[in-house]
Design a protein around this ligand. Structure first.
Ligand code: NAD
Length: 269
């Protein structure tokens, strides 16, 4: 099969909504999609003036249209605000990247109920609410791509990460059901499952680990990585963006219901 590049831009004019894209993996995915010609709606908790500046910089760098909407996706109302804003701006949603996520670490016995609820709300419920809103648009268009950023913690567990593991495992189950329900509609639903990735979310964990073990940040990073994965380095968020581009391409139209690790062999054990 020939690959259709649309004059060099694989995703020209597709509308991509990337949740939690003011930072880290979401920002890297937004960038890769924009570089392929997608029009991007960015989102995060950062205030509008900060988020709009991030979107302006990405538009300048990529030549693509990029906008930002500050919306807290821990409630269905926040999700509605974001989706309505995207439809108002671009008329539809072709690609949804459910990426927004938070972390909290504690043994189950001490896990604060409010932290459990917050993690499930952002890391799992928001993906359901966003997907439910965009599916009718994708069905109408006969084309859609859903990518949920799960984690290695959607496949295996680590101590003290009960809520995070529950949400990330749940995301994979949810994505598979969506894949079954949309397989004949030109829509795919897949999870990407990163290991240690170089982002602010991970850096916060490194700082705690360094303090606890009286180590430098570099020693703590190496220690964390080696504790789980044989690959020696952190994963570059851009690599996750590149995988997302592939999953959005027409070459990947039969790839649905998968959960793809990009984890330095963490889950190969
Ligand atoms: P990050 O902290 O750099 O970025 C998180 C993004 O989510 C930010 O844009 C933030 O504003 C947004 N966000 C947080 N709470 C939100 C809310 N209530 N509503 C809307 N937006 C919200 O984190 P990251 O490391 O880039 O993580 C992105 C995703 O990747 C998360 O789902 C995370 O679980 C997953 N992940 C990260 C790693 C890693 O090692 N960094 C590994 C596996 C999976």
């Amino acid at each position: 099969m020939d690959i259709e590049f649309n004059g060099g831009y694989m995703l020209k004019n597709k509308v991509a909504l990337v949740t939690g894209s003011s930072s880290g993996i979401g920002l890297a995915i937004a960038k890769q999609l924009a570089l392929q010609g997608a029009r991007v709606m960015m989102n995060g908790l950062e205030a509008d003036d900060i988020g709009k500046e991030i979107a302006r910089q990405l538009a300048e760098e990529s030549g693509a249209e990029c906008h930002y909407c500050c919306a807290d996706l821990s409630s269905a109302a926040g999700v509605d605000l974001l989706i309505d804003h995207c439809i108002e701006q671009y008329g539809t949603v072709d690609i949804l990247i459910n990426n927004a996520g938070i972390q909290f670490v504690s043994p189950v016995t001490d896990f604060p109920r409010a932290q459990w609820d917050a993690i499930i709300a952002v890391n799992l419920n928001a993906a359901f609410h966003c997907t439910q809103r965009v599916l009718p648009l994708m069905e109408r268009n006969g084309w859609g791509r859903l990518i949920h950023i799960s984690s290695v913690h959607g496949m295996v567990a680590s101590v003290n990460k009960s809520a995070y593991c529950a949400a990330k495992h749940g995301l994979i189950g949810f994505s598979k059901v969506v894949a079954l329900e949309t397989a004949d509609k030109g829509i795919t639903s897949n999870c990407i499952c990163p290991g240690w990735t170089d982002t602010p979310l991970l850096n916060d964990q490194v700082k705690v680990f360094a303090q606890q073990n009286n180590q430098t940040l570099e020693e703590a990073t190496r220690g964390l990585v080696h504790s789980k994965a044989p690959y020696p380095d952190l994963i570059d968020p851009a690599a996750i963006g590149a995988l997302a581009v592939y999953l959005c391409s027409d070459m990947a139209k039969a790839m649905t219901g998968t959960a793809l690790p990009i984890d330095g062999a963490w889950t190969a054990h």
